[in-house]
Design a protein. Structure first.
Lengths: 153, 401
């Protein structure tokens, strides 16, 4: 597979890898995510019941209270924060939350992340240089060999 | 965004982690809002103080920071009177956490006075064209509109970052083009006192986040402008407004009249006062001082309460500096049984949550008390608030019970 590299805008610096988790819904970290477990608890949210821990969380933008920035910090301290974030276009609550929590964040990718990325894809987010790299695409029924590859990462 | 060599060094972490994070926040916000550069600020006012709104998440973050602010910086109201928290029945657990938050800010060199009216305090005067990084929505509105200074409505971390660096990103209300009136409100009826809070409550909903210009038939004073702006920032998202012939910027700059024109009728203001008659319950708690009472408002409250006794809980909020400056007013007010409370307000203190109906003379409190305190809110002038608070005593005097 030829690695796909998408340029974007730096919001929060740092570099991290993880599995993609896509949300079409915006996220309010205050009230939508349990800061102790990293599980989305907002009723009828696209990610309700799912954990964002160590994921590369893809969502359009933040919403809701500015306290959400601090909730992101709490997630990080509790070890259940996403490893990185990709937004369509970041707003200040999530931007500030990602920076104070040292979660790499890139937005405004050159291609629509919802068209390029799927749940379970392994990606690298380089917040310092402002790009996202697709390292390994998720297939519906992964072969055993691929599973091994994943573990090596 | 253009950064100076020194700013680049800070961003590269050469001056420590706290400053690196602070400038990263300002640069990210600057990029989001297309700022060209960082500009120096005169002072900062930092939101994110009440434990009621910050919670453990905010406490953890603020406790981990190191460093010292570069410009005068002050705090938004906290969740309780920092000296006398027991009087409003704040729980010891809450008080403990609240004190930790304030101590963490103090460690950073921030003046630990908690008020939404920093512009009344020594060292926080702001003049025409001064750049600031203030947070609290009514203080932002007052600075932009009444003083002609320039500030965006900063979040807690961005205001703190600005204070640590002495700079903010140059976007939004720092720029001339975003200060132009976009909608005109024509108010034909004469206004006084609490009418301005009612007008703000109505106008904020109509304006949303646009910059309004008011055509008024009379000239509001500073307290009335404070009430107008506070209400519009709460019922809408107005951070700057102009009043034709009154506020400084529209007196100096030749703005074009906005195409959108709206007339506000007396009946729309009367509807705000109707909340008192329409309420399911009688007010159990009466509060004034949102935003914090000025010296003149404290004087007026003292005059209205002189020689009277309140029969309901009556809280009057102000800044500690003003309470200390005018001890006679405070004595007169408290002799009536009303309580003068500093460092906090009815919206951000958990004390209000134990009441089911609260009377206010503030359009801002009217907008926030239902959602933030789970209580019904009703509106009246300061005179009506005092009458409501002392009313039952007067009834009793003529009652056989």
């Amino acid at each position: 597979m030829i690695p796909i590299k998408l340029k974007g805008r730096t919001i929060s610096r740092g570099c991290a890898k993880g599995e993609v988790l896509l949300s079409r819904d915006p996220i309010s970290f205050l009230g939508s995510v349990d800061p102790k477990t990293g599980v989305v608890i907002e009723e009828n949210h696209a990610l309700e019941g799912k954990s964002i821990q160590n994921k590369v969380l893809v969502f359009p933008h933040g919403k809701g209270s500015t306290v959400g920035s601090y909730v992101m910090y709490q997630l990080k301290k509790n070890g259940v924060a996403p490893s990185a974030i990709i937004n369509l276009e970041t707003e200040p609550i999530v931007a500030v939350g990602a920076i104070i929590s040292e979660i790499p964040l890139v937005d405004m990718l050159e291609r629509n992340p919802y068209e390029v990325l799927n749940d379970g894809d392994l990606v690298l987010v380089n917040g310092s240089k402002g790009y996202v790299e697709l390292l390994k695409q998720e297939t519906n029924k992964p072969e055993n060999d691929e599973m091994k590859d994943n573990q090596e990462n | 965004m253009y950064l100076t060599k020194e700013e680049e060094r800070i961003l590269n972490g050469e001056t420590g982690e706290t400053l690196r994070q602070a400038i990263e926040i300002l640069v990210a916000l600057g990029d989001i809002y297309s700022a060209d550069r960082l500009i120096p600020i005169k002072s900062a006012q930092i939101a994110g103080v009440s434990y009621k709104t910050m919670g453990d998440a905010g406490l953890e973050w603020i406790s981990d920071l190191q460093g010292k602010v570069k410009v005068p910086a002050i705090l938004n109201p906290a969740g309780m009177d920092l000296q006398d928290w027991k009087r409003l029945k704040i729980s010891p657990d809450f008080a403990e956490k609240q004190k930790l938050i304030v101590q963490a800010y103090e460690k950073l060199g921030i003046r630990c006075e908690c008020t939404c009216t920093p512009y009344t305090l020594e060292g926080f005067d702001a003049g025409y064209g001064d750049h600031l990084a203030w947070s609290e929505s009514s203080a932002v509105s007052y600075a932009n509109s009444v003083l002609g200074a320039r500030t965006n409505r900063e979040g807690g971390p961005s205001a703190l970052s600005a204070a640590l660096l002495g700079k903010t990103a140059n976007y939004g209300f720092h720029l001339d083009e975003n200060r132009v009136p976009e909608v005109s409100f024509d108010v034909e009826s004469l206004l006084k006192g609490s009418d301005y809070g009612a007008l703000g409550y109505v106008a904020g909903k109509l304006a949303g986040s646009k910059v309004p210009v008011f055509q008024l038939r009379n000239t509001p004073d500073a307290d009335e402008l404070k009430a107008l702006g506070a209400a519009m920032a709460a019922s809408g998202a107005v951070a700057l407004y102009h009043v034709e012939g009154v506020t400084p910027e529209i007196c100096r700059v030749n703005f074009e009249a906005p195409a959108e024109k709206i007339t506000i009728e007396r009946s729309q203001l009367d509807e705000v006062y109707e909340s008192l008659k329409e309420a399911c319950k009688k007010p159990e708690l009466i509060t004034i001082g949102c935003p914090h009472c000025s010296a003149r408002e404290l004087e007026k409250a003292a005059e209205l309460l002189r020689g009277k006794t309140v029969s309901k809980e009556f809280w009057i909020f102000t800044s500690r500096e003003l309470a200390n400056r005018y001890p006679e007013y405070i004595r007169t007010i408290e002799k009536s049984g009303a309580k003068v409370v500093c460092d906090t307000c009815m919206v951000v203190s958990p004390a209000t949550n134990s009441y089911s109906c609260v009377m206010v003379n503030s359009g801002k409190a009217l907008a926030y008390v239902p959602g933030m305190c789970g209580a019904e809110a009703v509106y009246g002038s300061m005179e009506a608030c005092v009458e409501e608070a002392v009313g039952r005593t007067e009834n009793k005097a003529g009652d056989s019970n």
